[in-house]
Design a protein around this ligand. Structure first.
Ligand SMILES: [Zn+2]
Length: 330
């Protein structure tokens, strides 16, 4: 890995060099003036749309929860390079917003961008999630010495329900030899790995379609959740989900009216019903420039059967993360 790609920009400086730009330009970039963040007015308007589906809330399969100091750094980066964040507020307030919007379960997706970070992040997250109703505990890993041991700890002692990898920010090839013990253990445990492998909104040599393909070649039983439906390589990742039984997709920032992921191609919409048992609702909370309601509404309005939408917004995540809903909620 070059120093250029380890500087935290994850290859951002290389955009253009990879010959790829956003399908509709980059109005989502700060310098493109994406406008102010749209506030959450607290009305939770999406709940009225969920009721006819028999749902009172949703499960968010793509939600981030880092320690406060890391969260501040991420927001600082977003405010300089990406877009303003609607839920730029304290952890307590963010939890209130999730509850107000009836997000009954939410993942804690985090990731490391340097060695020595994943293990403490996993322990911190396990402690935080243990005290937080609704949190779906997920961890991460990084190509480094000891990765097999701390993934074992994450699955065994910490009780992780899945993992998250962000190929551009972390800047590594997931199929690299150093990660073999981690992926073997995760595959054996049947736990999902949410992976940001598509090139939106920031292409780099690490988030090219070949990465997921190489990974699946080595670990064909691995459960992979392709974040953002694989934007901008929609068709490639839809095909992967159709061919591999254990490849899932999440809807994060895809069907909304904010163009970070570009516009989902209309001609591909017809393939979603067939894949709907493997599509999960995700929001990217809290790092979104619009209210959660809008994210849910954009998925409720998809031209899919009621059963498909119910699964995407709730049931699929319950099954994939193995959540106990005997008390009515996870
Ligand atoms: Zn995300």
């Amino acid at each position: 890995m070059s120093d250029e790609d380890k500087d935290g920009s994850g290859g951002r400086s290389g955009r253009g060099r990879h010959g790829k730009t956003a399908p509709e330009g980059q109005p989502w970039r700060r310098e493109g003036n994406p406008g102010p963040a749209r506030p959450d007015d607290g009305s939770a308007a999406h709940l009225a749309l969920l009721a006819p589906l028999g749902l009172e809330g949703v499960i968010d399969a793509h939600c981030h929860w880092f320690p406060d100091n890391v969260t501040e750094k991420i927001w600082e980066y977003f405010s300089r390079h990406y877009w303003p964040v609607t839920y730029h507020c304290s952890g307590g307030e963010r939890l209130r917003w999730l509850r107000q919007n009836r997000v009954d379960g939410f993942t804690t997706l985090n990731y490391a961008h340097r060695p020595g970070m994943a293990s403490w992040l996993n322990r911190w997250t396990a402690q935080w999630a243990g005290d937080t109703p609704g949190a779906i505990l997920t961890g991460t890993f990084y190509p480094e010495e000891g990765v097999g041991e701390y993934v074992e700890e994450a699955i065994g002692r910490l009780g992780m329900r899945g993992f998250k990898l962000h190929l551009r920010v972390s800047a590594f090839d997931p199929a690299c030899a150093e990660l073999t013990p981690a992926f073997e253990r995760v595959q054996e445990a049947g736990l999902p790995v949410v992976i940001h492998c598509g090139s939106a909104p920031d292409p780099s040599r690490f988030n090219e379609p070949g990465a997921a393909d190489r990974l699946l070649k080595r670990y064909p039983r691995l459960k992979l959740v392709v974040a953002h439906m694989g934007a901008w390589e929609w068709e490639h990742y839809l095909g992967l989900a159709e061919r591999f039984e254990h490849v899932y997709l999440d809807t994060t920032m895809v069907f909304v009216d904010f163009p970070a992921c570009g516009r989902f191609p209309g001609q591909l919409l017809g393939r979603l019903e067939g894949l709907s048992a493997k599509i999960l609702f995700g929001s990217d909370f809290p790092n979104i420039p619009y209210p959660l309601s809008h994210a849910v509404e954009s998925v409720v309005s998809l031209p899919l059967s009621a059963e498909a939408r119910r699964g995407i917004l709730y049931g699929n995540a319950i099954r994939l993360f193995g959540l106990d809903v005997s008390g009515g909620k996870p």
